[in-house]
Each structure stands twice: as C-alpha cells, then as structure tokens.
Design a protein around this ligand. Structure first.
Ligand code: ADP
Ligand code: MG
Length: 814
C-alpha cells in the first residue's frame, strides 16, 4: 500500500511560508497530524521509517517555539522525501491524481446488435424499470429520447481557481485535498463539514443534510469542488458544493459546464448526469446524421453526434452554442418541410373553386355598413378576394389586433361564397363566441334586408336569388332541432353556418362547402385543418387570429398559410387605462365601478380563476356573483355568465347586458366574454396574475370600444415573479403585437402556440426569437423543396426518413 505524502507536504510548505504561525490548517496542525498519521501508519511498512515517524509526530507543534517549529517542519519534510523514495523503490505507483479534461473527440463504441436507438431505456445498463418509470414521466421512453433529453441549462463550473483566489458569491471550482471531513450539526441537523486545502490555503466546506458524505471523503482524498463561496465569520466557506473525486476519469459534476437536467421525484441530479454521460458516450455516434453534407457545410453546422454530445456536456460555451444552433436548425427545417408539403398537398392535389368576386351582394353589404372600412381592412379584403378568384383553395392566416375588425372582412368573403352558390362555415373556439358572431352577422345583415325568423335560423330575402339563410349550430340546441339543421345543411338549404370547431368534427355534411372561416387560430391546428380535407371538402380556408406574431415566425409555424395583417384599428379607438391593483385596493376598485355605473357606463368583472374543473369554476362564479350582488353592489343590476349555463341562458344574459338592462356582468374566465358592448368601460379581472399575456389582452379588448375613456383593473393577490412581470408588461404595453412577442419570450413557443395540440412537432432547442436562424431554416427548406419536393434523391433519403418519423402525417415521403 502506498501513502500519499502530497497533502502533508503541501500543508507544511504552506506553514513554512506563513512563518510557522500554526495557521496553515484551520483548527491547528496538531489536530490535522493526528488524523493524517492515523492513516499513514497503516501504510508505512518499513519498521525503521515507522519508528522515526512516531517520534516526529508525537511532539505537540502548538507548544513548540518558532525555532523548534522550523526544525520540526524541516525534519518532517525530509522524512517525507525519504518515504517517497522508499515507496518508489518498491515500484508502486505513487498516488498523484490528475484532473482529466474531457476528450474533444467522440468515443466510438459499438453496442450489442440487438439494441437500437429506438429500444426502451430499460435496455440501458443501470436503468431499472422503476427508474424508467420516472424517466417516462418526463416523456423519455427510448434511447433516442434520452439523447434528446436536453439539460435545462448548464452551470458554469469551468473557472478553476486556487483557494487563495476564491471570492465571495461567484461560482468557482477548486481542486483540493481533504484534510478532514466529519459529521457535524448544521442548523440543528446532521450534515458534513470538511476542511480542504491546496498549496495556497485551506477552506471550510459544509454540506447540509448529507452526513453520509463524511465517510466518502477520507483524509487525503483529492476532490474537485464546484459551487458558490460565501462568508461565515469573515472566512470563506463553500456551501453544499457539487463534488467529485479528482481521480475520476472525466469530470461530470464539477470543473466544467455542468448540465442541469429536468428532474422529477426520485431522479437525483448526480444519478441523471452519470447515466446521461454513459448514454451519450455510447449512443450519440450511432445517430444517423440526416442533413445532407453540402447543406451542413453551407450553413456551417456541427455534425449531429457532436451536437448531441456538446448539448449535454459541452467543452465550452462556444461549442454549446453551436450545438444548440445545429439542433434548433433541425427542428425548424423539419417543421418547414412539413408545413411546405402540407401547403402543396392542400393547394395542388385538388383543384379549388374559383369564385366570381364582383358580386352585387358584396357591394350592397359593404355600402350598408355603418362605417368605412379602414385602409388595412380594404387591403386584406382585396387579398382575400384575389385568393377566392383562383382555381385553387385559399389557405390564409389573417392576423389582426383585438377589435381591428376582422369579422366584417370575413363576412364579406362568406357572402362572396354564397353569391357563387356555395356554403360558408364560420367556426369559433367557444360557443359564446359563436353566438356572438351569429349576433354580429345577423345585425349587419339586417341592415340590408329585413330579417325573417328568429332563434338559431334567420333568413334575409332580397340579397340572393333565394333568401340568404344563416344558422347557428351549437351544442345545446335540442336534438330534433339539430337534426333538422343537419338535414337542411346537407341539402344546401342553409348558406352560412356558424358554430364551434365541432362543426367539422361532427357528422355535419355540407352540400357544397366553399369557404371555411376559423376564428382564433392558435386553438385550431394543422390536424383540424387536415380534417376538413378528410371530409373530402376542398374549401377555401381563412384562419383568423388576434394574436399577432412576427412575420417570420408566422411563416415558420404556419408556413402552410399565406399571411394577411390588419395592422390598423378603426378610428376613434382609445387607449385603455390599465392598472395592476393590490388586494388592499379592491374597495377602491369597487368604488370606481360604482362611479362609472352612476355615469351610465357598464362593467365586466371576471371571477377568480379556479383550476379544478368547469363545474367548480361555475360554483365559484355563482358564489362570487351572490357576494357581489348582496354585499358590494346591492343597488345595481348584475348578471352572471359561466360555462355550465345553457346557450339559451347565456344568450339571454348577454342580450340584457348589451341592451343596458344590466350594469355589471360577472363572468368566469373560461367564457372569455368575447362580446362587443361599446358602453362597457370597466373591466375588472380577479387573479389576474394567473392568466397569460394574450388572455389579459383579450380581456382588456372587451372595453375601449366606444367613445368613452375605458379602464382595465387587474387584481392580483400574491403574484409570482413571472406573474408580476406579466402584469408590469400589460400595464405598460397596449400594442397586441408587442405583447405577443413578450408573451412568447415569457412562455416559450410550445405553450404559446400549443404546438402539442396543434399537431406540430415539438420545438425544444429552437428559440422563436432567433429570427436569423428561422430565416436560414426556411430558405434551406424552400431550396430543398424546390429541388427535390418529395425528397427522392439518394442524398435526401435519411432526411425523408427523419421527416416521416417526426411528422408522420405530414405527407408522402419517399
Ligand atoms: P375583431 O378583429 O376583434 O374580431 P370585430 O370584428 O369584432 O374585431 O370588430 C370590433 C368592432 O369594431 C365591431 O363593433 C365592429 O362593428 C367595429 N368595426 C369594424 N370595422 C370597423 C371600421 N372600419 N370602423 C369602425 N368600426 C369598425
Ligand atoms: Mg373577433
């Protein structure tokens, strides 16, 4: 057995440099020596040496004079040289730990043939089925999933310092020897305390709640510590740093950019890091790089295996960034190729219906409007009509701020379809919004033609050769009535059908569907649009959204759609004064509502957000409504709206509010009160911190529609940091476009666009704020698509395979 003399030598040298003041080790040299010698004695085999050693260490250093100390230190140092010499003679390897750097290349290691990248993670050594269950919770099932299981971020522990260079507060790494480690009480609980040192000094280390570490760190162990240093009694101390043995082959917890993985109960960071390292070393090189080499070269992208390796255990920041770029590029390119193919399928596989767009119906309708279309509305209408004229189906996204007047434009397009003998469908995300559209459209039409019938089916004579019929088709109308509507729709007896997205999912058969308008696109994904085709319609499609997003982004995510923007509000719209209120200000908010109502205005109150279910939300809303009616606004007329009411009830309440019979409308957030009441000037939102920015903006968009100054008050009990940030932003920013960008920044793309629900592949690495990369991926996708639209060339076969894997329903890949 050999003895590691290094720590003692270093400490003695330090003691010499410090002028023999017994300050090299915290706690004094004697205490340290006792520990060190206990271990050393066992390893000194030579009896002579052992004897000398006993004599040397039996004196008490603390009690020696300065002169005696100097002699003693010199003697021990000499002794150590001798020990080393003897040990060397015996031919035993000396323990001199070396900290290894991660190798820059990728290890190539072939695995057993029966394992593949698509194998379950249980095929990996060290992953039991119970551990696999934990990974499954994080969406990780196969070896491939693990390779793509990226760290949330990295800790930069790459700055190695000597102990004397340590400074407070920063994340730093040291390589040191353990002088002593013991279990100790820390804040009333058992933990580990250690003194470690290098040639420049010593430092105290504490680990809370980890008494078992003391055993793992015997004196003289050479370790690497990474973490933050704080001051305790004006001395530096490492608090719960990451640690690992310096002898370990390659550092994974310290001394480098250390990955922090998403964790779940029972997945410990050290375990995950160790597993991941093994998996990457073994498997990364077995991923097939599906990008054509010339593309990689042109775009200066890393090889796939290298990108995966560097994304987990990067050598440095620069490589980490390049890895992210490569992987993000992959996601964006595949997304683009998928949407481009959809667009092609949509437009080219079947001919569309070419409409005559100069119709008297349209003229009459436009002339009858109580306002002039804004320039932006006119431009967009021209774009729509140009599409409708072509013999291929339109697929267009219309973006426009809340209140920018999208409905009127959509209506003009629907009328054009009916004038050409086709039916139109108008789909909204909720029943209330569908009803709202039905009401708006009915009102607009009744300006040109006296309305016949009432209820859910209205007809307007004089516009078309036959009376124009408009129907509302929603969940709670009676079964018999529904059947009748279905029947009449399939016979072509109804021209325009308004409903929810269920319109296309249910068994509604259209006679001659020519145009589908979809409101609020971010809940109407690619898959739903594809459903239209499966019903063997090939209608023109107009998708509308009040969540404006940057152009490049729109083209990336909705690359299968052409883009139109209404970038202008109708004249006279005012800025809604927005304020974020603390709970103590609730009373003054109520007082403010009182004053506004006294002035003849109306108000919305959005009930506190309840997560559990719609039933519970409805109950909470009833309670809130009763409280407000009795305690707060006893003399005012209040109405209640929640998701569990029947359509008829909801409609009744909305009508009363709209006609001024109610002063205050209390509503659950689910219904989003997508209604248009110009006389409403106050919006009060409870638990406002729980909503996303675009939803808050939608709420705010309900007021400020008339001539009067309007106000929006957001109440937040105890907002989180993100919640507070959102409220600050909504207070400051009125512009929906700017807000959408902020929302995207705060929420990340997946949640923002609901890519999961919408059938788009996941974006993990791609930051949608990275416009240059978006543009690069888009231009490369278009290039590929132009040269080899079905990816049939041999150099594209891997790419075709990958595309089919990430986006199976996207198209016919060779
Ligand atoms: P959104 O784009 O949010 O769907 P709407 O279509 O509901 O907006 O329009 C909001 C309100 O503005 C409606 O009351 C509508 O009648 C009105 N409006 C639409 N266009 C104009 C215009 N050009 N001038 C004045 N008011 C308009
Ligand atoms: Mg709208």
């Amino acid at each position: 057995m050999s003895i590691n003399v290094e720590p003692l030598r270093k400490i003695l040298e330090l003691e010499r440099n410090k002028g023999y003041s017994d300050s090299a080790v915290i706690g004094g040299l004697d205490k340290f020596l006792r520990r060190w010698s206990g271990q050393a004695i066992e390893s000194i085999a030579n009896p002579q040496l052992l004897n000398r050693f006993h004599r040397l260490v039996n004196s008490s250093y603390a009690s020696l004079t300065r002169q005696q100390r100097q002699e003693w230190v010199a003697a021990v140092l000499n002794f150590l040289v001798e020990v080393e010499h003897r040990e060397g003679e015996k031919g035993e390897a000396k323990l001199t730990p070396v900290v290894s750097r991660p190798p820059s290349g990728i290890k190539v290691q072939r695995t057993a043939v029966n394992q593949s990248i698509e194998s379950s993670i249980t095929s990996i050594k060290g992953i039991s089925s119970s551990l696999a269950t934990k990974f499954n919770k994080l969406g990780v099932k196969t070896v491939r999933d693990l390779l793509y299981f990226f760290p949330r971020r990295h800790l930069d522990y790459s700055q190695t310092k000597s102990i004397s260079q340590l400074s407070e507060g920063e994340e730093q790494t040291i390589i040191a020897n353990v002088w002593q480690a013991q279990i100790t009480m820390l804040g009333g609980r058992r933990g580990t305390e250690a003194i470690v040192g290098d040639e420049t000094g010593n430092v105290r280390v504490v680990w809370f709640n980890q008494p078992y570490l003391a055993k793992k760190l015997p004196t003289n162990t050479r370790i690497v510590l990474s973490g933050r240093v704080s001051l305790f009694h004006s001395r530096h101390v490492f608090e719960s740093p990451e640690w690992e043995l310096a002898e370990d082959k390659e550092l994974i917890h310290t001394g480098r950019l250390v990955p922090l993985y998403p964790l779940t109960q029972g997945l410990r960071p050290r375990l995950v890091r160790k597993l991941m390292k093994g998996v990457i070393d073994q498997w990364a090189c077995q991923l097939e790089d599906f990008l054509p080499p010339e593309l990689k070269e042109r775009c200066n992208l890393l090889e796939l295996a290298q990108a995966i390796t560097q994304a987990h255990y990067p050598e440095d920041e620069a490589l980490k960034d390049r890895a992210r770029v490569r992987l993000a590029f992959d996601e964006l390119l595949l997304l683009q190729l998928g949407v481009l193919s959809k667009k092609r399928d949509w437009q080219e596989s079947q001919p569309g219906n070419s409409f005559d767009t100069k119709t008297t119906v349209l003229d009459t309708f436009l002339k009858s409007l109580p306002f002039e279309l804004t320039a932006a509305q006119q431009k967009v209408l021209r774009e729509l009509l140009a599409d409708l004229q072509k013999p291929r189906p339109m697929s267009r996204l219309l973006q426009g701020e809340v209140g920018s007047g999208k409905t009127v434009v959509a209506m003009a397009a629907l009328l054009t379809a009916t004038a050409n003998g086709y039916q139109g469908a108008f789909m909204a995300p909720t029943e209330i919004l569908a009803e709202q559209h039905f009401t708006t459209i009915s009102e607009l039409l009744s300006r040109v033609s006296p309305q016949e019938d009432g209820g859910y089916l209205r007809s307007y004579p004089g516009l078309l050769p036959h009376p124009l019929t408009v129907a509302l088709l929603i969940g709670d109308i009676s079964q018999a009535r529904k059947q009748e509507l279905h029947q009449r729709i399939s016979e072509g007896d109804i021209d325009i059908v308004i409903g929810t997205h269920a319109l296309i999912q249910e068994e509604v058969e259209f006679y001659r569907l020519g145009l589908v308008v979809v409101d609020e696109q971010h809940r109407f994904g690619v898959t739903q649009r594809a459903a239209l085709r499966q019903k063997s319609f090939n209608p023109h499609v107009l998708v509308m959204t009040a969540t404006p997003i940057p152009r490049t982004l729109a083209l990336t995510l909705y690359g299968d759609l052409d883009l139109s923007v209404i970038d202008q509000l109708p004249p006279g719209r005012q800025v809604v004064r927005t304020k974020w209120l603390k709970p103590v200000q609730r009373e003054s908010a109520y007082a403010f509502i009182h004053r506004q109502v006294a002035d003849g205005r109306q108000a919305f109150i959005i009930c506190p957000f309840v997560e559990e279910s719609e039933v519970i939300a409805a109950k909470a809303a009833v309670a809130e409504y009763e409280h407000l009616s009795r305690e707060v606004f006893p003399e005012l007329r209040l109405g209640l709206l929640h998701g569990r009411m029947s359509a008829v009830e909801k409609d009744k309440v909305m009508r009363r509010f709209r006609s001024g019979e109610l002063d205050i409308l209390v509503s659950t957030p689910v219904v989003e009160v997508g209604i248009d009441v110009p006389n409403a000037t106050v919006m009060l939102v409870e638990s406002a911190d729980r909503f996303g920015l675009s939803q808050l903006h939608q709420f705010r968009g309900r007021v400020g529609r008339g001539q009067e100054q309007s106000y929006c008050m957001f109440l937040a009990e105890n907002p989180s940091e993100v919640g507070r940030e959102r409220l600050d932003i909504i207070e400051r920013i009125q512009d929906g476009f700017e807000l959408a960008e902020e929302d995207l920044r705060l929420r990340g793309p997946g949640e923002f666009f609901g890519t999961r629900q919408s059938g788009l592949p996941d974006l993990r690495m791609a930051k949608l704020s990275d416009v240059p990369l978006l543009e690069l991926a888009r231009s490369e996708a278009i290039r590929l698509f132009e040269n080899d639209p079905n990816l049939e060339e041999p150099e594209h076969s891997l790419l075709a395979k990958e595309l089919a894997r990430v986006w199976p329903e996207a198209g016919e890949w060779s």
